[in-house]
Design a binder for this molecule. Structure first.
Ligand code: ASN
Ligand code: ZN
Length: 318
């Protein structure tokens, strides 16, 4: 222990992290981050006042309110995925606390990352129910925090759609990691379980089959394009960030399924390294594709070829 502390120092105690050094079977030095989450869940009690009152803290017992426990567990699942898959200690990579507010607003039909915390509405009860019910939604919102601390993709146009897509990637990987699913076992759905039974639909989005997540009399049809021929030019929603994200979402899912195995260990690590290796915040689809292919090529020729094939299928590269 003393040799380790001499080498790397002792992390501040509030970060609750420890770097473990070991020698692997090839004699190489391996560094592993050992860390624990630091969660605080607050309740806005149906108002739009943040943060609201604290209702559950780290290592505190489960409470009577299901939404509080769902948020607590979903934050934990995301934390564990980031640590296990990418050796990333929380949102900022340095043990940042995980803060969330539930019961935000009245009949509030969304969840969001506000730059420092996750905020969850209860839904209007007609179309949406409680947004904490979906691990993919929680992983998505926390993923926005990771993106903010890495590539910082601009929330507009193509970099905005990449920001949305990468948040979906973190959401999907969180659920797959929690359930121990391989890429071919996964649903690749984002937000399954937040529609009320009245809605004709499976989820908010489908990463593998964009445009097929719902088809409902009230909501309409899932508008996501599956390739560049359907790219949506609009000034709504920061340039259609939640629509055009379907294109890179499908590239990721196709890549992960082609590689097989656990997506957080394969395709996920290629995407994560792309986000954290100097990608410009203004990256276009083509720039992002080239960067993921460069990272995939470092893994192996076949990994690079699979990445190229996926981006070709969705029409981003020729
Ligand atoms: N749930 C949405 C998202 O995280 C909220 C938003 O558009 N800001 O993308
Ligand atoms: Zn988002």
């Amino acid at each position: 222990a003393s040799a380790r502390q001499t080498l790397i120092g002792t992390p501040p105690s509030e970060h609750r992290a420890q770097l473990q050094l070991s020698i692997d079977e090839n004699g190489a030095l391996v560094a592993t981050v050992e860390a624990a989450p630091n969660r605080t869940i607050s309740d806005a009690h149906g108002t739009e006042n943040l943060p609201g009152s604290v209702v559950r803290t780290e290592d505190g017992p489960a409470v009577a309110d299901v939404a509080v426990n769902q948020a607590y567990d979903g934050l934990g699942a995301t934390f564990e995925m980031l640590l296990d898959a990418f050796q990333r200690n929380s949102i900022d990579g340095n043990g940042s606390p995980l803060d969330a507010t539930v019961h935000y607003g009245s009949g509030y039909d969304n969840a969001f990352w506000n730059g420092s915390r996750m905020v969850f509405g209860d839904g209007d009860g007609q179309v949406f129910q409680n947004f904490t019910a979906s691990t993919t939604v929680i992983g998505h919102e926390l993923g926005h925090g990771v993106i903010q601390h890495t590539a910082g993709l601009d929330y507009q146009g193509q970099p905005g759609a990449l920001n949305e897509s990468c948040a979906d990637v973190f959401g999907a990987l969180t659920e797959q990691h929690l359930l121990g699913q391989t890429a071919d076992q996964a649903t690749w759905l984002i937000g399954a379980g937040i529609f009320t039974p009245a809605v004709h639909g499976k989820a908010l989005r489908s990463m593998l089959h964009p445009g097929t997540a719902y088809d409902d009399a009230e909501l309409g049809k899932d508008p996501q394009p599956a390739d560049m021929s359907g790219y949506v030019q609009t000034t709504d929603d920061n340039g259609g960030v939640h629509m055009n994200s379907g294109i890179p979402n499908r590239a990721f899912a196709l890549f992960a399924v082609a590689l097989g195995g656990r997506a957080w260990e394969t395709a996920g690590s290629v995407w994560y390294r792309t986000l954290s290796s100097g990608l410009p915040s203004s990256a276009t689809f083509a720039q992002f594709a080239a960067a993921t292919i460069a990272e995939a090529d470092k893994v192996s020729r076949s990994t690079g070829a699979a990445a190229r094939a996926a981006w070709t299928t969705v029409g981003v590269i020729k």
